[in-house]
Design a protein around this ligand. Sequence first.
Ligand code: NAI
Length: 348
Amino acid sequence: LFGLPDQAPHERVLLAADEQTGLKAILAVHSTARGPAFGGCRLWSYDNELSALNDALRLSQGMSLKNALADLPFGGGKAVIIKPAGAFDRPALFAAFGRAVQSLEGAYITAEDVGTTTADMLGMQAHTQFVSGIPRAGAFGGDPSPKTAWGVFVSIRAGVRQVLGRESLEGVRVALQGLGAVGWHLAEFLHQAGAKLVVADIDAAKVARAQELLGAQAVGVHEILAADVDVLAPNALGAALNAQSIPTLRARLVAGAANNQLATVADGDALQARGITYLPDYLVNAGGIISVAREYRGEGEEQAVMAEVGKIADRVTELLERVKTAGGDATPGRIADAWARSKLIKPN
Ligand code: NAI
């Protein structure tokens, strides 16, 4: 467990179980070097407990890198709740989860991720103060997904400029895998900028909506990664970029919201070898954590947060310049990892 590939050791991992509500959760605190560990909570059906643990550990490490690169005064952590098999009392489940978060006394702060909603976060407030991503009367807060989508959008724009040498997204073909909370907002931003969309989702209604409202071309979920496009944006779950999919890719740039897109670090090298530029997920998808972190500190304001998220584009440009300067077999993934790890220290 402590020797998972590509993993630095975690500071703390809490396994929380509550018989009454059926809660089985893993709260992983990877690093508090920069401050309390901050990262969302995923509710998901896992094949077994080990795969849930693996997900939590990979996601929490990613949060350390994400928060460091985004210059946030927070460390990295993440929680996963194993979705109970049958019917369950949702508010009670999240109340029990909130108590588990509280038991860490602030070492970990939670928010939304796949499968969890602003309503879940709101309900948890009665049980822990270490929660964010909540709509707040008269103050900044709420759903981080549009901010995540904005960060991915500005990253694609910066990447297209540098990799494809195109100043505008007009006519640029972008494939979107997943049209969920982030994917849908991203599709809208891209459509407004004149990009041509190719989309897939396991939910046919979302695909139909994108066809109708955004003029998107629909392809099957097994075809999307190999679509004939300029840019691929994975916005579903992790490990979309793996030994099977990479040889089939036709995009020259990959940038999307999904966490842990590379199945292994070596898959980043395989992309590079094929002449495909991969913008690391934890760099481009930091918009959501920037939003909930601002909200948590009570210092957010819509325009200022959007502007801060927009700065992700500068980091994308800097990263691609660092890769060029390093030369040889440097990849954006490896350079970003080293850059983020150098920032796993208390900020000034
Ligand atoms: P979501 O659950 O709202 O959306 C995921 C979408 O992907 C759903 O529409 C689902 O039907 C679709 N999907 C699932 N499997 C698929 C497949 N094989 N092919 C095509 N579509 C598939 O989740 P959300 O919040 O949009 O997050 C998407 C990804 O972005 C996740 O990996 C999440 O961890 C990551 N992320 C989300 C942030 C946020 O602010 N919500 C912040 C940073 C990362």
